[in-house]
Design a protein around this ligand. Sequence first.
Ligand code: SAM
Length: 221
Amino acid sequence: MHDATPTTGLREHVLLFSRFLRSPRTVGAVTPSSRAVAEAIVEHVDFDQPGRIVELGPGTGALTGPIVERLGPHIEFLALEIDQAFCERIQRRWPAVECICASAEQLDRIAAARGMTPVDHIVSGLPFVSLPQPVTRQILESVVSVLRPGGTFSTFQYLHAYGMPAGAAFRKNMSGRMGSEPDVRLVMKNLPPALVLTWHKEIASILPQRSRRAQGPWLRA
Ligand SMILES: C[S@@+](CC[C@H](N)C(=O)[O-])C[C@H]1O[C@@H](n2cnc3c(N)ncnc32)[C@H](O)[C@@H]1O
């Protein structure tokens, strides 16, 4: 059993909102993700096997908390956050977590320099719909280059953005790069409701996509 203590309090709400006012396109949200979104995101992460996990854009730590609760000594974990104020908050809350203040565009270089490639799972809270397209492109390139075949990339899109051209373009772009369609899960317990998306990086002709289809309420995109 995992401790389901909320990782988001008033302090985190205030910090995220104040950073949003300062940089709306980079922060992309006025409130941290809910515990329900975080649980849906970590569902595809295998915490039992030795491995490497990277989080992109941890912000105030809404996804980081549930990851940290499950980490064992056999797992390496690294977070990349562009905003110094968020980085400092993460380091204060979880001193054992390595949170680097850098753009996720540099993931490939940073992971390689730390001997952290290939990566098994990448979870992201990045607001891809509002980030400049060249930044998104560079991040996705970096993500796909460091993930091992069969590794996962999980993120979320708000329900209202899911049908927008930018939201659909992001999913198409990622599906093309990963060689697979995402598993999609609707999470109503979030403000606003969100869809959690998980791609598995294609294992060329070894493992048919359908054999690793998730059970339960997961849908295909
Ligand atoms: C919507 S917030 C998500 C925060 C948290 N993960 C959550 O789900 O509540 C987006 C976060 O991505 C960070 N971010 C935006 N662009 C980034 C980039 N290029 N590299 C790293 N972090 C970035 C922002 O500073 C912010 O902390």
